[in-house]
Design a protein around this ligand. Structure first.
Ligand SMILES: [Fe+2]
Ligand SMILES: [Fe+2]
Length: 384
């Protein structure tokens, strides 16, 4: 999603996520140098120097193959259960449990699954990072092995959710699959001109991994009472996302240690652009505002809220010691540090205003939005 062209809800003509505070002119000028500045050879050499460190501190965050869960661990297995009673009975049980999942949560689950299924797009993200990408597809560098191992772990997330949804009988699977198809074809635009910069890219992925961990974790909590098996699926995904978050947060932390000025400027740039969601271009071919409506459903169900965005930023600022940065910062670096550290409070004020508007809206009737994913059954959401 491009910052100049935010994801707008056509019903309300407003952004589907927290409106960001306006940035000042000087900060805007810093953006111009930022998008390519970290492609300088001396900045990229850092990644090569960090390879032994990545081998020792990042790769161990992947689960060994023989300890990894697989989608088939969580779902009825026809070969193991037999095609007489065993398999069908297990499927009936699954459907009976899934019948209790409210439509509002089901829509969030489908949205999360669609997001995960666009993995080909996400694997190509770190493969654009200069100095870290997998040039041949089978490079032996620690960076390349991490990218492939991470993708392999991610690959299970969409798979397990897709198989569960198929067996649940609750969703229009063709519409769901068509949405995945369209999303992969549409791609994503999260970093714009900085897409090749590892500094910016690792910031983005660290943020996203925490966001997905929150989203899957909240879904697990919300379905735990009605469908414990689905909660276990979402819980397994959450645990993966947390490990991935730990890895990317560690990488950015290291960049802050060795190149604090470049790292804080990259963080400032990404926050000024605003961290957009990877599936912002989702489209089911019917609802022109699908992403905005899915976001509104997630906000209402408390699966992922505007406050989570601020809390992730606050967490990252603390984790990377942004506030304490002093030595070795350029003027741009100091401005980026001050901008980033002041941002949570600005977002909080925007949130308070949004909260007041939401309270006013709550007095009005919520809007019934039909989702093709669930055969056009409407979900009642408060649109911004
Ligand atoms: Fe994932
Ligand atoms: Fe992830």
């Amino acid at each position: 999603m491009n910052r100049d062209k935010p994801n707008m809800c056509r019903r309300c003509r407003s952004s589907s996520r927290t409106t960001m505070p306006v940035i000042d002119k000087r900060e805007k000028n810093d953006d111009e140098d930022e998008s390519t500045g970290h492609l300088a050879p001396e900045k990229l050499e850092v990644l090569a120097h960090l390879e032994p460190w990545a081998e020792a501190h990042v790769l161990p965050l992947l689960k060994p193959f023989n300890a990894a869960w697989q989608p088939s661990d969580f779902l009825p297995d026809a070969a193991a259960l037999g095609d007489d009673e065993g398999f069908y009975a297990a499927c009936r049980d699954l459907r009976a449990r899934a019948a209790g999942v409210p439509d509002a949560i089901l829509v969030c689950l489908v949205g999360n699954m669609v997001t995960e299924e666009a993995l080909p797009t996400y694997q190509s993200v770190p493969n654009r990072f200069e100095g870290a990408r997998d040039l041949t597809g089978a490079d032996a560098t620690a960076w390349a092995r991490w990218i492939r191992g991470w993708s392999a772990e991610e690959n299970r997330h969409g798979d397990v959710l897709s198989r569960y949804l198929l067996l649940s009988g609750r969703v229009d699977m063709r519409q769901v699959d068509a949405t995945v198809h369209r999303l992969i074809a549409a791609g994503m635009d999260a970093m714009g001109a900085a897409a090749r910069c590892p500094y910016h890219g690792f910031v983005y992925v660290a943020f996203q991994e925490r966001a997905t961990a929150i989203s899957h974790g909240n879904t697990a909590r919300l379905v735990a009472g009605g469908d414990a098996a689905l909660a276990r699926i979402c819980g397994a995904i959450t645990a993966d996302e947390k490990r991935h978050e730990a890895a990317y947060t560690r990488i950015v932390g290291k960049l802050f240690e060795v190149e604090p000025d470049a790292a804080v400027r990259a963080l400032g740039y990404m926050m000024r652009r605003r961290i957009s969601m990877p599936a912002a271009l989702m489209d089911d071919g019917r609802d022109g505002d699908l992403y905005a409506h899915y976001s509104a459903a997630a906000e209402q169900a408390r699966v992922y809220t505007a406050s989570d965005y601020r809390e992730i930023l606050e967490h990252m600022i603390g984790k990377w010691g942004v506030q304490e940065l002093a030595v070795g910062l350029s003027g741009e670096g100091r401005r980026a540090r001050d901008y980033v550290c002041g941002l949570p409070e600005k977002i909080r004020r925007v949130e308070e205003k949004a909260h007041d508007r939401a309270a006013a809206r709550a007095k009005k009737k919520p809007t019934d939005v039909p989702f093709s994913w669930i055969f056009d059954r409407p979900v009642s959401v408060a649109l911004p």
